[in-house]
Design a protein around this ligand. Structure first.
Ligand code: DGL
Length: 285
């Protein structure tokens, strides 16, 4: 039985989804949250899509088994590659799903003035064509310039995001976007808001950056309210964290990015559940 007292679940390949969690903590402070960072399988952006879909199903099932009232896919790559998988698994539990791609596409299409929208995302996300389809469905004639940035999320996840090397890398990825004269850039990976100041400096003030967090928090609010599952009252909710890689690594980077105490972080070993062909504890595919 799904009821309003249950937590909202969200997952990402690592710490990127914390940019989504933070927006939800601000917009819906009375809710409880369960966050799972699949750090043993990071990065999703370059994983084999078919195996990633299996992994995403496993993660979703794990969260649902904990008893949650909503699943937020706080990862663009997981949304692009496996949104249908998450929906299918969640439907079996009668739980709704909020993804990241669609809400961002709606905002970007609404705010662009010159109709040239850039998408910076992982290789898997770009190759899936998820943003292109979502933008085309907005009913405006838009020029979409997609750039795959395979190295950017790993740099951020490692915690080396403010290095000169990251800046140089970002310059390279932004070059075709500058050339195309975009006025709106979709940050198509939940890790990228963490380097937004860098991207804004490279692209200039006139380019508007659209990250997922704000739009997703609004979608979570709408979905819970419509379903009669939103919590009321002034009491601040709790949050808890799970990761699949080493706890100390997750704690260090996640605390730095969330800028709040994490509390207890627990590790999940999917390999122990007898599905080694889908996931090995060492993260190898
Ligand atoms: N945070 C993930 C996303 O939103 C990407 C990082 C990765 O695992 O490659 O796409």
């Amino acid at each position: 039985m799904i009821d309003a007292s249950l937590p909202v679940a969200m997952f990402d390949s690592g710490v990127g989804g914390l940019t989504v969690l933070h927006e939800c903590l601000v917009a819906l402070p009375q809710e409880d949250y369960v966050y799972l960072g699949d750090t043993a399988w990071f990065p999703y952006g370059t994983r084999d899509p078919e195996r990633l879909r299996d992994r995403i199903a496993l993660i979703t099932e794990d969260l649902l088994e904990r008893g949650v009232k909503l699943v937020v896919i706080a990862c663009n790559t997981a949304t692009a590659i496996g949104e249908d998988v998450v929906r299918e698994v969640a439907a079996g539990y009668g739980v709704q799903v909020v993804p990241v791609v669609q809400p961002q596409a709606e905002i970007a299409a609404a705010i662009t003035e010159n109709r040239r929208i850039g998408v910076l995302a992982t290789t898997n996300t770009v190759e899936s064509g998820a943003y292109r389809r979502a933008l085309e469905a907005q009913g405006r004639a838009l020029e979409v310039i997609e750039v795959a940035a395979p190295r950017l999320a790993p740099f951020i996840q490692d915690g080396s995001l403010f290095d000169e090397e990251t800046m140089e890398m970002a310059r390279g990825y932004c070059a075709p976007l500058r050339e195309a004269g975009i006025d709106t850039l979709i940050l198509g990976c939940t890790h990228y808001p963490l380097v937004a100041p860098m991207l804004q400096r490279i692209l200039g003030r006139n380019v508007r950056l659209v990250s997922g967090g704000h739009a997703v928090a609004a979608a979570v609010q709408r979905t819970l309210t419509r379903a009669g599952l939103a919590r009321t009252g002034d009491e601040e909710g709790a949050y808890e964290f799970f990761c699949t890689g080493p706890i100390a690594d997750f704690r260090e980077v996640a605390t730095r990015f969330l800028q709040m105490p994490l509390g207890e972080v627990r590790q999940i070993e999917f390999a122990d559940r007898g599905r080694p062909s889908v996931c090995r504890a060492d993260g190898a595919v």
